[in-house]
Ligand binder design. Structure first.
Ligand SMILES: Nc1nc2c(ncn2[C@@H]2O[C@H](COP(=O)(O)OP(=O)(O)OP(=O)(O)O)[C@@H](O)[C@H]2O)c(=O)[nH]1
Ligand SMILES: [Mg+2]
Length: 366
């Protein structure tokens, strides 16, 4: 039996099995087996050289944000409003056929926005350019889920298609530690009590993935699906903002009703008439969680006028990379004033994690 047949056989068994307490364990293991086979299938495909990679657009700026939406919802129109780029806008579907980058400068940050072709239901299975489009979101710092005011229910389609290729939207990686050992079986320490799956199922799922000996620390009450996602690897977790476009076409009453229909928070905009464009800019900036670093060149004044923009949790090493290509090689130590240190002028190494508004002096080797 080949992999597709195996997957089909297990899927049939899942459909036939009634869901109840007694079958929970069995079903959990079946789902783990399917996930493992699917992963093997993907790996085989990519070895054959099938193109599932992105469009190869060079990342630039302080962060990268991508537009994901069905055709004609107004992605290109909004990109142009936010960045002054000139991505082609058309009254017909599939106007955009490749990645079009734009740069949004906001509060000192340079944010790269990538306009993408529209996706349709089934994109994750390879419909249209689906897979390639979706995979661009994998390396993005933030995803804009863009919807037409008349089709807000498409949010589920977007989240599902992204989920199918392993990009989880607005979820955190599960808080669990699995350290493989050579003997001793699977030892579990529950710092947080498991209520959504049994210890037995957890062990069973790990064994499906060939993990027979390990030290496991549970730090979050996770579900069996979260565990399967985690051990099957190749998952990425992306933050997203939902945007509803074309609100110029509806009245206030319609918008009010919309709020009761959509689960997530959303920003209502009209890309065409320029309504709420600044709100989108603010939300993007806030979600990317930038910090400002003030540089103080050795023996000189601190430059408070033009802070260096970095992502939250950046290290001194990452700041060096922003300053100069060879800076890291010449780095000896840094002096810090601010929230990340105990006292002003504290000496730190290259892995020191910075905080918003730290003042930094870098001392180079002579
Ligand atoms: N009324 C109205 N029309 C809009 C708005 N934004 C975009 N449009 C129109 O919607 C159509 C599609 O806009 P595009 O920006 O090309 O949409 P897209 O999402 O980039 O489409 P694809 O590239 O095909 O995926 C065009 O005719 C736009 O003029 C809006 O806020 N209000
Ligand atoms: Mg477009």
């Amino acid at each position: 039996m080949g992999i597709p047949e195996k997957i089909k056989a297990i899927q049939e068994e899942v459909t036939k099995t009634k869901v109840n307490k007694a079958t929970e364990h069995h079903l959990g293991l079946l789902r783990a087996k399917i996930a493992k086979l699917k992963k093997e299938q993907e790996e085989k495909k990519s070895k054959k050289g099938a193109k599932v990679d992105s469009f190869g657009v060079k990342r630039s700026g302080d962060a990268t944000v991508v537009f994901i939406g069905l055709p004609s919802v107004g992605k290109s129109t909004l990109l142009n409003q936010l960045t002054g780029a000139r991505s082609t806008v058309g009254a017909f579907q599939f106007t955009t056929v490749t990645v079009v980058p734009g740069m949004m400068e906001y509060r000192g940050a340079k944010i790269q926005l990538l306009d993408l072709p529209g996706i349709i239901k089934g994109a994750s299975t390879g419909k249209g350019l689906g897979k390639r489009i979706l995979s661009v979101a994998r390396n993005a710092d933030l995803v804009l889920l863009m919807l037409d005011v008349f089709q807000p229910y498409h949010e589920d389609v977007l989240v599902n298609e992204l989920g199918n290729i392993g990009i989880k939207i607005n979820q955190k990686a599960p808080n669990i530690i699995i350290e493989k050992t050579t003997t001793g079986g699977i030892a579990i320490a529950q710092q947080v009590k498991l209520t959504k799956m049994t210890e037995n199922l957890l062990k069973g799922i790990l064994r499906v993935y060939g993990i027979n000996n390990a030290r496991v620390v549970i730090r979050e009450d996770l579900t069996s699906d979260q565990l399967i996602d985690y051990v099957s690897g190749n998952k990425s977790y992306a933050k997203a903002i939902t945007i509803i476009n074309k609100i110029d076409l509806v009245d206030k009453k319609f918008l009010k009703q919309l709020k009761s229909k959509i689960k997530s928070d959303f920003i209502e905009v009209s890309a065409d008439s320029g309504i709420n464009i600044d709100v989108v800019k603010d939300k993007i900036y806030d979600n990317l969680r930038f910090i400002r670093i003030y540089m103080r060149p050795k023996g000189r004044e601190t430059d408070y006028k033009e802070p260096l923009i970095a992502r939250k949790d950046s290290t001194i090493g990452e700041i060096c990379d922003k300053l100069h290509r060879r800076m890291k090689n010449e780095f000896r130590y840094a002096l810090i004033w601010g929230n990340s240190v105990k006292f002003g002028g504290q000496r730190v190494g290259i892995n020191h994690v910075l905080q918003d508004e730290d003042v930094v002096t870098i001392i180079k080797s002579r």
